[in-house]
Design a protein around this ligand. Structure first.
Ligand SMILES: [Zn+2]
Length: 335
C-alpha cells in the first residue's frame, strides 16, 4: 500500500509512444486505439470512484468539492507530439473523463478529447512543462480546479473549439483522487489518492459492483487514515494485517452507501482470493482469503440491517475499528 509517489504519476499518462520513431513510421491509428483503451479503463475507474466518494461523503472525515472531471496533458506522454497528433489536438490539455453522474458529466460539454482553452481565467497550456513524461502540470491543473471550486463554488471552463464555456458547480465528495497507472498490476492508497495499475486483475471483473469492491478496499485505507497511522506506528506485519482487515470489512459499507449490492464485497474476495492468495509475501500482510471473505460477510449482515432501518450505512458511527486512529499522534507531536 506504500506508494512510490513520483513513479506512479509519471506512468499515469504513458501507455504508449515511449520512443521517438521518425514521424512517417508511426501508426497513428494504433496510437489512437491504445490511448482509447487506456481512457476506457480510466472512465471505468472514475465512474466507480465518483460513485463511492460521492455516496460516502456524509461519513468521510474530509470532503472536498469536485465536478468529477479528469483532464489529460499531452506533456505527460513519452512522446507528446505523437500523442497530440494522434488525438488531433493543437494544445496539450483535453478532457480525459467526466465521471458518470458527476456535475461535469451532467453539463454535457465534457466529451472525451475535447480541447481545453481556459480553466477560469488561466490557460493551463501556458504553464511551463518538461519535454516529456511531465506529470506535475496535470496535478497543478487538477489542484487549480479544486481551488477554484473551494474559493468560488464553481468554475468556468472554456474550449479550444470556440463553443460556449461550461459553468459547473461542484458536489461534495470524500477527499480522494482516483488515478489509473499506465502500467503495473497493483492497487495502492497513499492517503490522498487511490492508484490502480491498468494490469490489475480487477479490471477483468465484468460486473461493476465487483470491480467497485476492489476500489472500495483502497478507498477504505484513505478514509480510515491507514497510511498516516502506519507512518506513526510502524509497518510491521501485525500492524499491516490489522489495517488490511479493516479495509476489507469496510468494503460493504462503502458499496451500500454508493448504491451497490454490499454482497459484491464477498464475491470479490472469493473470486480474487481463490485465484491469487498464494505465496508467503501475501500471507504476511493478510489473513487467508477464506477468513477475509468470512469477516466481510459478517459486515454485510450488519450493513443490510442498517440500510433497511436507516437507509444508509453510517460507518463513521457504527463501524468497529481495530486500531486507534489517533494512535501515535502524541508521540509524533514530541510528547
Ligand atoms: Zn489493502
Amino acid at each position: 500500500m506504500r506508494l512510490p509517489v513520483l513513479a506512479a504519476l509519471l506512468l499515469a499518462g504513458a501507455p504508449l509512444a515511449a520512443q521517438d520513431a521518425p514521424p512517417a513510421r508511426i501508426d497513428y491509428a494504433a496510437e489512437r486505439a491504445a490511448i482509447a483503451r487506456y481512457q476506457d479503463a480510466d472512465q471505468r475507474l472514475q465512474d466507480v470512484g465518483w460513485t463511492l466518494a460521492r455516496g460516502n461523503a456524509g461519513f468521510c472525515p474530509k470532503v472536498v468539492p469536485s465536478i468529477g472531471l479528469q483532464l489529460q496533458d499531452m506533456a505527460s506522454y513519452g512522446a507528446p507530439a505523437v500523442a497530440r497528433r494522434a488525438l488531433g489536438l493543437k494544445g496539450d490539455f483535453a478532457v480525459q473523463t467526466a465521471a458518470r453522474g458527476s456535475p461535469a458529466a451532467l453539463a454535457g460539454a465534457f466529451t472525451r478529447n475535447r480541447e481545453i482553452a481556459l480553466l477560469e481565467r488561466f490557460d493551463p497550456n501556458e504553464w511551463p512543462a518538461g519535454a516529456a513524461m511531465e506529470w506535475q502540470r496535470l496535478v497543478r491543473a487538477h489542484d487549480h480546479i479544486e481551488a477554484m471550486l473551494t474559493e468560488h463554488g464553481g468554475i468556468a471552463i472554456a474550449f479550444a473549439d470556440g463553443g460556449s464555456a461550461a459553468r459547473v458547480q461542484p458536489a461534495q465528495v470524500c477527499a480522494t483522487r482516483f488515478e489509473l497507472m499506465g502500467d503495473g498490476g497493483k492497487a495502492v492508497a497513499d492517503g490522498a489518492r487511490v492508484v490502480i495499475g491498468i494490469g490489475f486483475p480487477a479490471f477483468s471483473y465484468a460486473e461493476e459492483p465487483v470491480f467497485a469492491a476492489v476500489v472500495a478496499h483502497e478507498l477504505a485505507h484513505n478514509v480510515l487514515g491507514h497510511d498516516a497511522w502506519l507512518d506513526r506506528n510502524g509497518r510491521q506485519g501485525k500492524n499491516v494485517r490489522r489495517i488490511e482487515r479493516e479495509a476489507d470489512r469496510l468494503i460493504p459499507w462503502l458499496l451500500a452507501n454508493a448504491g451497490y449490492d454490499p454482497e459484491a464485497a464477498v464475491t470479490f474476495m472469493t473470486r480474487w482470493g481463490s485465484k491469487h492468495d498464494s505465496g508467503l509475501r501475501f500471507r504476511m500482510g493478510h489473513d487467508g482469503w477464506d477468513e477475509r471473505a468470512e469477516a466481510i460477510a459478517l459486515e454485510v449482515a450488519q450493513v443490510k440491517d442498517l440500510m433497511a432501518r436507516e437507509g444508509r450505512a453510517d460507518w463513521a458511527a457504527h463501524f468497529r475499528r481495530e486500531i486507534d486512529p489517533a494512535g501515535g499522534l502524541l508521540r509524533k507531536a514530541g510528547r
